[in-house]
Write a protein that binds this ligand. Structure first.
Ligand code: UTP
Length: 285
């Protein structure tokens, strides 16, 4: 079944990026010349997604504005001969059919995903976390969708993280199916050393079906007092099949300062206008 819808949870407080996120949504912090959420929406669209629900919260209206038309600004640019710039602004709003919903209280990622129930209805959907920027060819979401279309079962995007880091993620118990695909039989969020099942962790991308909703709605709070999507997936894989794909690509966790700076430098070096200059500049430091 072809997947046309995606959900981008972007309602979190972004406390690891304070003080910037005191008044700017972390998804609107720029990576070179565009906000990080632009890259996430681009990945969804280039994976074949047509409709996107972005889950926001109070104070994140700038995210909605970014995907809206700006007729006055476009008119001004056109009048000064900058037709291309005006068209580029319009193209952002036309990338996909983007809609928004507010998560009224931040009860965690599982609670955020549950807000998408009406939007997705009976259709399967991709989930792209708002602060995980991915470089992949094909795009990482496309790689997951290929597995979903082949198996018809939910898929999570995973990568191996160092043993010293796994306590920050969720650890997966898996059995290999093919070179990059595994079947998931257990998940633990933020595991203690004794709870670690493997070094495979979910990193920001999922393809889910409506089966997740009754599970999320029945969950009690987990790690950190939040409704954890990991706990929902742990129940899901008991009820039905859940696959993990060790995707090919690079992930930047732009929700923390180091990941944000890595993404900034890598993307600046690739930028057609400033990349070569920036490489020279770095050499002078
Ligand atoms: P994170 O824990 O990485 O984001 O959640 P956060 O809570 O914004 O960040 P810190 O820890 O305070 O710095 C993973 C994803 O889930 C979303 C976040 O926006 C992020 O994309 N999220 C999290 C929600 O949408 N709602 C929530 O209640 C919690």
């Amino acid at each position: 079944m072809r997947v046309k819808k995606a959900v981008i949870p972007a309602a979190g407080f972004g406390t690891r990026m304070l003080p910037a996120t005191k008044s700017i949504p972390k998804e609107m912090l720029p990576l070179v010349d565009r906000p990080s959420i632009h890259y996430i929406v681009e990945e969804a669209v280039s994976s074949g997604i047509e409709e996107i629900l972005i889950i926001i919260s109070r104070g994140k209206e700038a995210v909605c504005d970014y995907f809206d038309y700006t007729p006055e600004l476009e008119e001004k640019l056109k009048k000064s001969g900058r037709e291309e710039d005006a068209a580029a602004l319009r193209a952002i709003a036309d990338m996909a059919k983007v809609t928004f919903i507010r998560q009224k209280e931040q009860h965690g990622l599982g609670h955020a995903v549950a807000q998408a129930k009406t939007f997705t209805g009976d259709e399967p959907f991709a989930v792209l976390l708002g602060d995980d920027v991915m470089e992949g060819n094909p795009p990482v979401t496309r790689q997951l969708l290929d597995v979903f279309e082949e198996t018809g079962a939910p898929v999570v995007g995973v990568a191996e993280v160092p043993t010293s880091e796994i306590h920050r993620y969720c650890s997966l118990g898996v059995t290999p199916v093919s070179e990059r695909v595994m079947e998931v039989h257990q998940l633990v969020e933020k595991p203690t050393p004794e709870q670690v099942l493997s070094n495979y962790a979910i990193l920001g991308r999922y393809v889910l079906t409506r089966d997740i909703y009754p599970i999320l709605e029945g969950l009690s709070t987990g790690f950190g007092g939040e409704i954890q999507l990991t706990d929902g997936l742990n129940e899901l894989c008991r009820q039905s099949k859940l696959f993990a794909l060790a995707y090919q690509g690079t992930r930047y966790d732009t929700g923390n300062l180091r990941g944000y700076l890595e993404a900034q430098v890598k993307l600046a070096l690739q930028h057609p206008d400033v990349g070569a200059w920036f490489a020279e500049f770095l050499k002078t430091l």
